[in-house]
Design a protein around this ligand. Structure first.
Ligand code: PGA
Length: 246
């Protein structure tokens, strides 16, 4: 896949003033698709200052409406101008009890509203050490497939985010990432999904000094960027590293 996608995941960071400063120094570049996934209260602010980037949220309710205090529906996100929503980030799985089936339902909710779910999968360090990388990721993908089918998968983005690489400064090597991305693509093909057309992003300590090597891998279609997306010049440098010729 030629054109890459780089998505900033701001997590629980930002303020009106900080967002303003960050966005003033960011703008969409030719030759790469760019998006920022921001906290709910800032969607309107960021929507008006995107500079050609796309907007996304970091999670979504599986429900459409009703007595679900505190929840935010995919329809609301779409109405606020979102194109993307992250589902199944490992922090949501580990800290907020989201299981595989919930992640599948959230992906379905996103698709129902016309959003593109960015479905996060990835193994912990102990699972990697035990040689269970694809067993874990296969299980995570199976649940999403059960919920949205191969047809739904064709409208998603997958993000491979090894838990041990997130926020640790220890990214997967380009070769480690490539091996898992290729295996994920094979799994998508087994489901009957158009695997070659589904973007598979890498996330976990992507920085200015390793982005180029990661994005050079044939099955790495872009990145999901946490810490480095909060510093304008770093985010722009990571995005520049993802520029392809067309
Ligand atoms: P990081 O986070 O780039 O800070 O490691 C990535 C993510 O959690 O999406």
């Amino acid at each position: 896949m030629a054109r890459k996608l780089v998505v900033g995941n701001w997590k629980l960071n930002g303020s009106l003033a900080a967002n303003e400063a960050l966005l003033a120094a960011c703008e969409a570049l030719a030759g790469v698709d760019m998006a920022v996934c921001v906290p709910f209260p800032y969607l309107a602010q960021v929507a008006s200052r995107l500079g050609g980037m796309a907007l996304g949220a970091q999670t979504v309710s599986e429900f459409q409406s009703g007595a679900y205090t505190g929840e935010v529906s995919a329809e609301m996100l779409a109405e606020m101008g979102c194109r993307y929503v992250i589902v199944g980030h490992s922090e949501r799985r580990a800290l907020f009890g989201e299981d595989d089936a919930t992640v599948g339902r959230k992906a379905a909710a996103a698709l129902r509203a016309g959003l593109v779910p960015i479905v996060c999968v990835g193994e912990s360090l102990s699972e990697r050490d035990a040689g269970r990388v694809m067993e874990v990721i296969g299980r995570q993908l199976d649940a999403v497939r059960e919920s949205i089918g191969a047809q739904g998968l064709s409208r998603t983005v997958i993000a491979y985010e090894p838990v041990w690489a997130i926020g640790t400064g220890r990214a997967a090597s380009a070769e480690e990432a490539q091996a898992v991305h290729a295996a994920i693509r094979r799994q998508l093909a087994k489901y009957g999904a158009p695997a070659a057309e589904i973007r598979i992003l890498y996330g976990g300590s992507v920085k200015t000094d390793n982005a180029q090597a990661l994005f050079a891998m044939p099955d790495v279609d872009g990145g999901l960027i946490g810490g480095a997306s909060l510093v304008a010049q770093d985010f722009m440098a990571v995005c520049r590293a993802a520029i392809t010729g067309d």
